[in-house]
Design a protein around this ligand. Structure first.
Ligand code: PLP
Length: 376
């Protein structure tokens, strides 16, 4: 595994930000309201005053880089995305450090993945420069919205959709790229709590040759019914299996998974084309290897996990992704098994990896891999 150094130097970042025309809202949120919104923000419910936006057409390419007032989009009912789901997104966070500076984590990885997702969904590629420039321009405009509470951050949601007004089935000749930002508090109010997971043998989120390795809204749409059914049975999340043999663990609807074994190895499903390559996943592989764990990417049969949980060989199991960072799993169940993981408690390695990752993100420990990028 290689650590990619961001090619964007601070001086260049200034130039990239300068490409965005800042058009401040004439109706900013009052300080009182903003402070209230930042007090205990529930994930994805409050948004800042502005959004970043860049428009694309096949004739002109990317144009009109701007920061404008956050607000509703007016869409013609025949806009392509509403019919054929030609859409992609990303998710990353801006963290405030003790000295007031604002940073993000490995945005070059999100930018590269956004370009890969765009390719798969037949959308235009946005450059790494525009991706990172848009984040910095928005965060600088809405800097007062970056929370400084423990485990709080400004969640950044870049996305792109097919905006051509046309019902024919072909790639859109127009697209819009936007970034919206939402202050978020700790994912688990009241401390990290192990979650329960139901392994679905009935539904799949993606298949070979499909869009499972692209970050696209359609994949999420496919995961909602299984998720709802599992919740009705009392589970927090669903884990999907491979669609061909219905045997190998893949991932949750929006998080990757890891198993920690009693022999000092840590395992995660290999990138098969049907799972999403998480930035958190690859960072954890790296941090675990740094600690001397053998970090293994392979096909993981569900049957082995079940046997391993029964025998004690599988000691910990966790899920990971930007929003919840690292989430311990305390119960894993399926059609013919229902097992506690680590006595239903959060695992030791799980929690210490979580701590290390968040310490890097909040600037509390040395960033030895050069993963952090200053935005403001
Ligand atoms: C976004 C996402 C993840 C996690 O990726 P991170 O880069 O770690 O946030 C995992 N699985 C799916 C399906 C996702 O959409």
């Amino acid at each position: 595994m290689t650590t990619t150094q961001n090619p964007i130097l601070p001086t260049r970042l200034e130039d990239l930000v300068a490409l965005f025309d800042v058009r401040p809202t004439d109706a900013p949120t009052s300080e009182e309201e903003r402070v209230e919104a930042l007090r205990a923000p529930k994930f994805g419910t409050k948004f800042t005053d502005h959004m970043a936006r860049v428009s694309w057409s096949s004739a002109d390419g990317w144009k009109d880089r701007r920061i404008e007032q956050y607000g509703p989009l007016q869409l013609d009912p025949a806009t392509a995305v509403l019919h054929y789901a030609q859409e992609i997104f990303e998710g990353l966070k801006a963290y405030k450090h003790a000295d007031g500076s604002v940073w993000t984590f490995r945005p070059d990885q999100n930018a590269a993945r956004f370009a890969r997702s765009a390719h798969r969904l037949a959308l235009p590629a946005l450059s790494v420069d525009d991706f990172i420039g848009s984040l910095a321009a928005l965060v600088r405009t809405d800097i007062d919205w970056v929370p400084d509470g423990e485990d709080s951050s400004l969640y950044l949601r870049p996305f792109m959709y097919a905006s051509e007004v046309f019902l024919g089935v072909r790639p859109s000749l127009e697209a819009e790229y936007l970034v919206i930002a939402s202050p978020v508090g700790p994912y688990f109010s009241g401390g990290v709590r192990p979650v329960s997971i139901y392994v679905s043998e009935e539904y799949h989120r993606s298949g070979p040759g499909g869009t499972g390795d692209a970050k696209s809204g359609g994949n999420y749409a496919a995961s909602l019914l299984p998720q709802m059914e599992a919740q009705q049975q009392g589970f927090d999340q669903v884990c999907f299996l491979d669609a061909v043999e219905n045997k190998y663990l893949e991932e949750l609807g929006g998080m990757n998974v890891f198993a920690v074994l009693d022999d000092g190895t840590i395992h995660t499903p290999e990138l098969s084309g049907t799972i999403l390559e998480g930035v958190t996943r690859s960072s954890i592989l790296r941090l675990a290897a740094d600690r001397g764990y053998e970090a293994v990417e392979r096909r993981i049969p569900l049957a082995d996990v079940v046997t391993g949980l029964r025998s004690g060989k599988v000691k910990e199991f966790f899920a990971c992704g930007t929003a919840a960072v690292v989430t311990p799993v305390g119960r894993l169940a399926g059609s013919n098994f229902d097992l506690e993981v680590n006595g239903g408690e959060a695992g030791e390695l799980t929690m210490s990896i979580r701590q290390e990752l968040t310490d890097i993100q909040y600037g509390r420990t040395e960033d030895r891999h050069g993963w952090m990028r200053r935005l403001a």
